[in-house]
Write a protein that binds this ligand. Structure first.
Ligand code: GLU
Length: 285
């Protein structure tokens, strides 16, 4: 296997059954790898214990195999690697790039309502920075009292490490990153040990993913991912975001559209080839 071998991945979160939109995305990544003689990896992003269920993980593997996809190597299951994400958080914290945030959602909403401007980022209103302004003594005292806290990236400190603006390659075009649009992003939640942004960049680096393919709803997240890659010295993958699959009326397919789950289509007697076609990938005649 040469150094330039393409490695793609499909990284679903087991919060429900796979639908046609997932099938579209999985086949996209699989084809990119297979057509280039590369590797296609499968990763289960089940870091959020409140939303993810093991039965959906089993169903994902079964549905993808039924659809005709095969993957290389072992399936990586994120919930089995919490210490690795913890080590990344510790490394960022040791460089002063993270701070604990004790705010509740209500605290943040109150603070935002009271402020003159409330800028929004891709993940919602930007955090107003309340806990960034705590003194080291306050922080230490609240942690010693066992107060629950999230960990936030100190965006200004992170941006200060850059000599030049970051960029990323999207479908072969180099674009300039604007990570500041995320503000002080949460990298570990009170109830979830590490955030999507942290785990996805950690694992893409660890698994040697060279081409990240996913729905275009995640394009904005790439700006933050490139910053995390820079901070951690991880390699820069290329990106290819694809349009989201829509139904006949142009509506985006979502998990709530039960009729579009692969399970239901299979139970209704559709063949894998028919479902691949419904997912936008007709087999060559
Ligand atoms: N786990 C994410 C999701 O299910 C996808 C992550 C990615 O492809 O970067 O939406």
């Amino acid at each position: 296997m040469g150094a330039t071998t393409i490695v793609t991945r499909f990284a679903p979160s087991p919060t429900g059954y796979l639908h046609l939109g997932h099938a579209h995305s999985a086949i996209y990544a699989w084809r990119m790898a297979r057509e280039a003689g590369g590797r296609f990896l499968l990763r289960i992003e089940d870091i959020d214990p409140g939303r993810c269920r093991a039965e959906f993980t089993d169903a994902i593997l079964e549905d993808l195999a039924w659809l005709g996809l095969d993957w290389d190597g072992e399936v990586r299951v994120q919930s089995q690697h919490l210490p690795a994400y913890r080590r990344t958080l510790d490394a960022l914290a040791a460089r002063g790039l993270l701070y604990p945030c004790f705010c509740t959602r209500a605290d943040i909403a109150r603070e935002i309502a009271a402020s003159a401007s409330a800028p929004h980022g891709p993940d919602g209103p930007l955090y107003p920075g309340t806990c960034r302004r705590l003194t080291p003594d306050d922080r230490a005292a609240r942690i010693a009292r066992g107060e629950a806290h999230a960990l936030r990236l100190d965006m200004a400190a992170a941006l200060a490490t850059l000599d030049a603006p970051l960029t990323f390659v999207e479908h072969g075009r180099r674009l300039t990153c604007d990570p500041a649009q995320f503000g002080d992003a949460v990298l570990a939640r009170k109830d979830v040990p590490a955030s999507y942004h942290l785990c996805v960049t950690h694992d893409d680096a660890l698994q040697g993913v060279t081409l990240v393919t996913r729905g275009e709803d995640l394009l904005p997240a790439t700006h933050l991912h490139r910053l995390l890659q820079h901070l951690m010295g991880w390699p820069e993958p290329a990106y290819a975001h694809h349009p989201l699959l829509t139904d006949g009326s142009g509506r985006r397919l979502a998990k709530r559209d039960r009729a579009a789950t692969l399970r239901d289509l299979r139970t209704a007697g559709r063949s894998p080839a028919e479902v691949r076609a419904l997912a936008g990938w007709s087999d060559p005649a």
